[in-house]
Design a protein. Structure first.
Length: 118
């Protein structure tokens, strides 16, 4: 795999030329020194909240990305509740179940539903 100096004709010196472990070690020392001197910035709860809100607004502008993460969340919830991701039903063209139930349930299963099926 070509390194930075081979691909862009730059010298093989400095922080960027070090491997990730060396970079991490040096950066860690800098962070510790800043805290010892009292010059390190620590977010207050209000600053952290504002930064998180700004990031959320930025991410939510990408509609395709939001659609993808929403779909993944729905599929994960379905797997957690033991229903799979529904892809088999879509592939077979059977959107509803044999009992006429569309499979859309929210929350824990109702034990009375088992009585109706008897």
């Amino acid at each position: 795999m070509p390194n930075n100096s081979q691909s862009q004709n730059r010298s093989n010196r400095g922080f960027a030329a070090m491997d990730a472990e060396q970079q991490r070690e040096i950066a860690s020392k800098g962070g510790r020194a800043a805290h010892e001197q009292g010059t390190a910035h620590e977010f207050s709860p209000d600053e952290a909240r504002a930064a998180g809100r700004k990031g959320g607004v930025s991410v939510s502008k990408n509609r395709q990305h939001m659609s993808e993460i929403g779909r993944k969340g729905g599929e994960a919830r379905g797997r957690k509740q033991g229903r799979g991701n529904g892809s088999a039903a879509r592939e077979n063209g059977s959107g509803t179940q044999a009992n006429g139930d569309d499979g859309a349930r929210f929350g824990p299963p109702n034990p009375l539903d088992a009585i109706d099926q008897l």
